[in-house]
Design a protein around this ligand. Structure first.
Ligand code: G3P
Ligand code: CA
Length: 253
């Protein structure tokens, strides 16, 4: 981890460590979030699900299969069961023993140290998850450094209703794009950010979000050309698996 990508000027842009610094440590664990902070991320991004007993669980998938030594759906398991699982060694043996963490634990560890971009995953699977997320976040003053995002617009509207002070980010699926101007009017009425996959958005759309006072984060693969594209599109920030910005040795060109 050394030099930033040459000839890509990312000055002033928000850097978001996707699922923590997921290229460097097991995604969505304390170790990955800590790594993101060490490497200079402005925000860490974390995905949230709901356990059988109503605890908010930090994990990307709705099952524990890919990233732990267990099997099954998060919604069918209690926190106690989830805490017996090991979520580090799928990434590297050095991380053996890394536990699954909860949203409460994420907030306790990292609120105030780094920005938090919290994604509600598949809210349709978890009736009432918005109330649970709003309840946990209400224990911490809402600031520009805490953002709730989702692909589910109704879920975000519910979060906004529950706490209008929370910053909201709409995640736009490739299938939602191109987005119409009236949709942008509606979305920017409650969301501060409209976030896109850089592969599926035009500069014109980003300009239209900006005209409405909104901001744009884009997420991207490990591809220097996509980062360059994001910069040339004048986005407000980039979400990648890298700590701060991709470095030369990580770039696949
Ligand atoms: O922040 C954008 C990104 O997290 C959405 O995709 O599947 O990695 O949660 P995913
Ligand atoms: Ca995510």
């Amino acid at each position: 981890i050394s030099q930033p990508v040459k000839d890509v000027d990312v000055e002033g842009m928000i850097s978001v460590a996707h699922r923590g610094a997921a290229s460097y440590a097991p995604e969505n664990t304390h170790a990955a979030f800590q790594k993101g902070i060490e490497l200079g991320a402005d925000f860490i991004e974390a995905d949230v699900h709901l356990s059988k007993d109503g605890e908010l669980i930090i994990m990307h998938d709705e099952t524990v299969n890919r990233t732990t030594n267990g099997t099954g759906q998060i919604r069918d398991m209690t926190l106690e069961e989830l805490k017996t699982l090991e979520a580090g060694s799928h990434f590297h043996p050095d991380y053996y023993g890394e536990p699954i963490i909860t949203l409460n634990e994420l907030m306790e560890s990292f609120y105030g140290q780094v920005g938090l971009l919290i994604e509600i995953k598949h809210p349709a699977l978890y009736p009432g998850i918005e109330e649970k997320v709003a309840e946990v976040l209400s224990q911490y003053p809402a600031t520009d450094s805490v953002i709730v995002q989702s692909f589910d617009i109704d879920s975000l509207k519910r979060i906004h209703e529950l706490d209008p002070d929370l910053q909201i980010a709409v995640l736009m699926k490739a299938s939602f794009v191109p987005v119409s101007l009236w949709q942008l009017d509606e979305l920017t009425s409650f969301a501060t950010y409209i976030n896109f996959n850089i592969s599926a958005v035009s500069k014109r759309t980003i300009d239209e979000v900006h005209k409405r006072g909104g901001k744009v984060l884009v997420w991207s693969k490990k591809d220097k050309r996509l980062i360059q594209k994001a910069v040339s599109y004048d986005v407000d920030g980039i979400i990648t698996d890298f700590s701060r910005w991709p470095v030369e040795e990580d770039i696949q060109v």
